[in-house]
Design a protein around this ligand. Structure first.
Ligand code: NG1
Length: 450
């Protein structure tokens, strides 16, 4: 966790003429189960971790927002606050601050745009699926909220701020759901949370006492910019097409009045489908392994161009067509696994939770295709070394695995994985500090002011 005294000293050094700063922090998160489901309004089960982003901030007399990294790891940035803040190029870190400021400006209908000096520190490994970017958005949002003279809870609730931050972060181009911002603002020390959407709500669920969470970094960076952003967005964009086709199927075969605003509405809305019913709807809607754009067009009575414009944006069509059937299956089975995981956690059944995590990895790898060889290797090693459950966590394509390890075995587990996975790989990557690649994660309090 960030050393606040050091952060304040860095702030004072960087901005010697600024008033005394206030400080806020936001933790990272690890998702235990429920991957790529949040953007369909389906539940997820993440927990906060004991790594965070902290921001020291103080008002300025003008409208400039100056952003500095306490350790100079990121370039100095500044921008003028105003009604329409233009995003910086993809991958530049001030976008996360701009996203938060713009989101709150719109929410509170701000007409006088204050400026601030901000110094940022943090210890969440970046671009590995532990939500360093959402933690930065939330920390910046808390700072700017205070600058506007607004108070968390009385002027905006945590639930509202979580929804606002999730919307705001789409400013950087991701089409993500709201899991990260929700757990960062609604999580707590001592428990994971099952998070549901539409309406957003969070239920505390304790980890089984005999299980510990260990996160292993595959060392494959998965920053959501450039090609990776594209690969991540493939999930949300194809699910939009799945939603439209399933809705059409239901209208033709069940009731012409049916509308589903997201895939989650199949289970959570008026329809309340059983797993069997959902399976059969998907089977009928997607009879083939793949669906070409032209097949989807015939099914929906729309031209391929219209489909692209409405749902797929610039997503390229794979030669063999989109794998909608397998993607829909992942949504259905992952939804069931999250619900069961919550039940198993409440029952304190670590072994059953572990099995669900293993099944989730298989579905992520085979049906959703978001794994990579390094993640698969780490997962296999973890199981070999006694993890009750091991799976990729976060957006995928690299990043981390999350492992449920018998509490008494953590030291031995970490040493074995260190030996089997990292020793050779890190011989070439000496710059990675050990605590960045294998970490025993504890829960931490939600984002707040210090
Ligand atoms: P990470 O792993 O932090 O990049 C992303 C999305 C989540 C969720 C997961 C996959 C953002 C900010 N985060 O998380 O909403 O969809 O992938 O489960 O888009």
């Amino acid at each position: 966790m960030t050393d606040v005294e050091k952060l304040i000293a860095a702030f004072n050094n960087t901005f010697p003429d600024a008033p005394a700063p206030r400080v806020c922090r936001a933790p990272g998160r690890v998702n235990l189960i429920g991957e790529h489901t949040d953007y369909n309004g389906l539940p997820v089960l993440p927990m906060t971790i004991d790594r965070d982003v902290a921001v020291a901030f103080a008002p300025r007399p003008d409208s400039t927002i100056r952003l500095r990294s306490s350790t100079h790891d990121y370039p100095e940035r500044e921008f003028v606050n105003g009604p329409d803040i233009v995003p910086s190029e993809g991958g530049i870190w001030d976008n996360y601050c701009k996203a938060a400021v713009q989101g709150l400006n719109h929410h509170f209908d701000v007409s006088r745009f204050p400026g601030m000096d901000m110094c940022v520190a943090g210890d969440i490994p970046t671009a590995v699926g532990l939500s360093s970017s959402s933690a930065l958005v939330v920390a910046c949002a808390l700072a700017y909220l205070a600058l506007l003279g607004k108070t968390l809870e009385s002027d905006i609730t945590r639930l509202e701020l979580a929804e606002l931050a999730a919307d705001a972060e789409r400013y950087v181009g991701t089409r993500g759901g709201g899991m990260d911002q929700a757990i960062i603002l609604l999580g707590d020390k001592g428990a994971a949370c099952k998070i549901d959407f539409y309406p957003l709500r969070a239920e505390r669920v304790s980890l089984p006492q005999d299980g510990a969470i260990v996160i292993c970094n595959s060392l494959v960076k998965a920053a959501k910019s450039g090609n990776m952003l594209h690969r991540y967005n493939e999930g949300p964009l194809t699910c939009r097409l799945i939603r439209a086709m399933v809705e059409k199927h239901l209208q033709e075969h069940w009731d012409p009045e049916i509308e589903i605003n997201c895939l989650g509405a199949l289970w959570n809305g008026m329809l309340c489908l059983t797993d069997r019913e959902a399976e059969s709807v998907f089977e009928q809607t997607f009879p083939g392994k793949t669906t070409t754009l032209s097949e989807a067009g015939t099914f929906l009575g729309l031209s391929p161009e219209a489909i692209r414009e409405r749902w797929l944006e610039d997503l390229e069509e794979p030669k063999e067509g989109f794998r909608l059937k397998a993607r829909a299956r992942h949504q259905r089975t992952e939804y069931r696994r999250v619900e069961s995981a919550r039940d198993m956690m409440l029952a304190g059944d670590a072994a059953a939770l572990g099995e669900l995590m293993n099944a989730s990895h298989q579905s992520c790898a085979e049906d959703y295709r978001i794994s990579c060889p390094e993640l698969d290797t780490l997962v296999a090693l973890a199981r070999q070394e006694g993890a009750l459950g091991a799976r990729l966590t976060g957006a995928g394509f690299g990043g981390c695995t999350v492992n449920l390890v018998p509490a008494g075995e953590v030291e031995r587990f970490c040493e074995s994985i260190e030996h089997a996975y990292y020793r050779e790989r890190l011989a070439q990557q000496t710059s990675v500090p050990r605590r960045d690649y294998i970490l025993r994660a504890e829960t931490s309090p939600a984002a707040d002011y210090i």
